[in-house]
Design a binder for this molecule. Structure first.
Ligand SMILES: *Cc1c(COP(=O)(O)O)cnc(C)c1O
Length: 382
């Protein structure tokens, strides 16, 4: 268990709390498995499983039958190995000099992304006997990976293939969230050429969004992250995934203000009428990005809406600047005495989508999830 998860604060009184729906994460993995057909579905659990908890999420997916996991770093991989003795654990940043012993000790599979990393790893295999590795090829993202030419050259090298067999050959799509983008078929073609140079080696091209591009994009293995956690993978279509996490904050005080009053730092929000406010116990230190305050943020000349929360079926707007530990909602629309101190306002999860809240902050669900912070009291469901 993550240290941050054990708290002296109870879930029922915590200023800020998260409900992690492991049952939904597992259900999402199963629906992606149906979509992926013959391809097997791994789980990308980098960055603490996008903030939901590396150990809890990975254990639940492993119980459901997931065999392959992707971490970003060897530190994440080593943590994962402690709870998953038999899984294949791939490391997306590969392996650097100095990391050899950790890779061997925890049986990690680095996705080697350059000729330098490859040489280092093959030297290690010559010393210590065969070790599993993957090859990451860049087909247009221009981030990590061998060039397609380097990879094809390697695949055609009889000396190499007689002695080394990668576990996986992989690449990553740049624009899969835009199904009609010309980068998609371009990268697909480039990757098909690379994969055919590695006969009998498993291949993988797609994360969450690529799964929705159809069977051509599935190859042997797909690597979803955000869709497992309930985020929107493909732009401008209904999101079929179940929410992986609900974030809520407790109402600590309810106060009334008069027309003409203002709220929070900078006095940026002025009330047109007498109003009722609910002050809740989460702020930007809990990943409630300050930009969610909408027009309450300095330097925004346009009157843009901020995020909304939901309390007992009512949608309530955030008003004024979000502060480090506290945020303010306008609850004037609710019947009097309908809510009280101690009630919780949801910022995203069951009633407000992660992506709508992220959009109000000018960002994406991925960033919202990975900035949730360690102060929440967490409850794991399922
Ligand atoms: C993060 C990542 C994924 C998962 O992407 P999602 O969009 O969250 O599904 C897959 N592959 C690579 C190489 C990644 O870096």
């Amino acid at each position: 268990m993550n240290q941050a998860h054990s708290s002296i604060e109870s879930f029922d009184t915590a200023p800020a709390r998260l409900t992690i729906h492991l049952d939904h994460v597992v259900a999402n993995w199963r629906s992606l498995s149906r979509l992926a057909g013959k391809a097997s579905v791994s789980a990308v659990v980098k960055a603490d499983a996008y903030g939901l908890g590396l150990e809890e999420v990975s254990a639940a997916l492993s119980r459901a039958g997931c065999r392959d996991f992707f971490a970003a770093t060897i530190a994440e991989g080593a943590r994962l190995r402690k709870i998953l003795p038999d899984a294949r654990i791939f490391i997306l940043t590969g392996m650097w000099d100095g990391q050899q012993e950790t890779v061997i000790a925890h049986r990690l599979i680095p996705a080697l992304a350059s000729i330098e990393q490859l040489s280092l790893f093959l030297a290690l295999c010559r010393d210590r006997g065969p070790l599993p590795f993957a090859i990451h090829v860049d087909t247009g993202m221009n981030r990590l990976g061998l060039t397609p030419e380097q990879a094809i050259h390697l695949g055609a090298d009889a000396h190499f293939s007689a002695r080394f067999k990668p576990e996986l050959i992989m690449s990553h799509l740049a624009c899969p969230d835009e199904p009609t983008h010309t980068m998609n078929p371009m990268q697909l073609q480039a990757f098909q050429r690379v994969a055919s140079a590695f006969k009998g080696v498993e291949s993988s091209l797609s994360g969450s969004a690529g799964i929705f591009l159809g069977p051509d994009y599935h190859f042997d293995l797909v690597r979803p992250g955000i869709a497992l956690y309930g985020g929107q993978a493909v732009n401008n279509v209904p999101n079929p995934m179940l929410p992986g996490v609900t974030a809520e904050a407790r109402i600590l005080q309810i106060r009334t203000v008069a027309a003409g009053d203002t709220a929070s730092y900078g006095a940026t929000h002025r009330f047109d009428a007498d109003s009722r406010l609910a002050i809740v116990g989460a702020g930007y230190a809990d990943g409630w990005h300050r930009a969610m305050s909408g027009s309450g943020v300095a330097f925004r000349s346009l009157k843009v809406p901020g995020a909304h929360g939901v309390v007992k079926d009512f949608s309530v707007p955030l008003v004024g600047r979000i502060t480090m530990d506290l945020s303010i909602f306008d609850v004037s629309a609710l019947p009097e005495n309908y809510i009280a101190c101690g009630d919780y306002i949801e910022i995203f999860g069951n009633y407000v989508s992660l992506d709508d809240t992220a959009r109000a902050a000018g960002t994406i669900g991925y960033e919202l999830l990975t900035s949730l912070g360690s102060r929440y009291v967490r409850r794991y469901r399922g």
